[in-house]
Ligand binder design. Structure first.
Ligand code: ZN
Length: 218
């Protein structure tokens, strides 16, 4: 079994960094939070949004789920799940940005491509969850039939992000804010293999690097 003491030592370092002194980060955050963005990301341990963005405590409001999916708006949903998280971030915290952060090598997207919840049922819950993005899978099977699994999975992950962006706009109080120019939506894809962060362009409907790679000094 893994040694849990590592995590407790981590908390000690965290406390030293953010609680030390009268003007510590938490002396301010104790009064409340006003994060600048809601980030909806995958649970994957390699794609932690706070670490990726260099965010400190209070900077980003994070919701994580398998394959970073947003279901469409459904008023009166019996189990609102992530809809409640989004509502709190938008209506109570007034975030100005919503970032959907996906990544390469996603197990949830792999399950979706494998037909989990559609033709396969290896899990109890994952299939019911990932079929939120079944339109992305159908598009892959239509447009990229015969391509290698890795190519299909990458396209499925990116198209699932654009689908989730569309689903965000089905929430009336998000659409209002976006149309009024007080909120912006972003689709990001962390390429674990290349160490790149890609962004979705609504104009070209494609993903391209958001940050230039450092030039190597010679
Ligand atoms: Zn993932």
């Amino acid at each position: 079994m893994a040694d849990i003491a590592t995590f407790l030592a981590g908390f000690e370092r965290f406390r030293e960094k953010y609680f030390a002194g009268d003007d510590s980060v938490y002396s301010r955050l104790r009064q409340g939070q006003s994060p600048r963005a809601l980030v909806i990301s995958c649970c994957d341990s390699r794609a932690d949004p706070g670490m990726l963005m260099g965010a400190g405590p209070g900077d980003i409001f994070v919701v994580r789920n398998v394959a970073n999916l947003v279901p469409p708006y459904r008023n009166g949903a019996e189990m609102p799940g992530i809809r409640a998280d989004i509502e709190f971030a938008v209506k109570s915290l007034n975030v100005e940005h919503i970032i959907i952060l996906g990544h390469s090598g996603c197990g949830g997207i792999r399950a979706l491509m494998d037909g989990e919840g559609i033709t396969e049922n290896h899990y109890e819950f994952i299939g019911t969850w990932v079929i939120i993005a079944k339109a992305a899978r159908e598009r892959v099977l239509r447009e990229l039939a015969g391509e290698p699994d890795a190519v299909q999975a990458r396209a499925c992950g990116q198209w699932a992000i654009s689908l989730s962006l569309d689903n965000l706009l089905s929430f009336p109080w998000i659409r209002e804010r976006v149309e009024a120019g007080t909120m912006a939506l972003h689709g990001w894809y962390f390429d674990i293999d290349a160490g790149e962060l890609l962004g979705f362009s609504p104009e070209t409907l494609t993903f391209a690097p958001l940050v230039a790679k450092p030039t190597v000094a010679t």
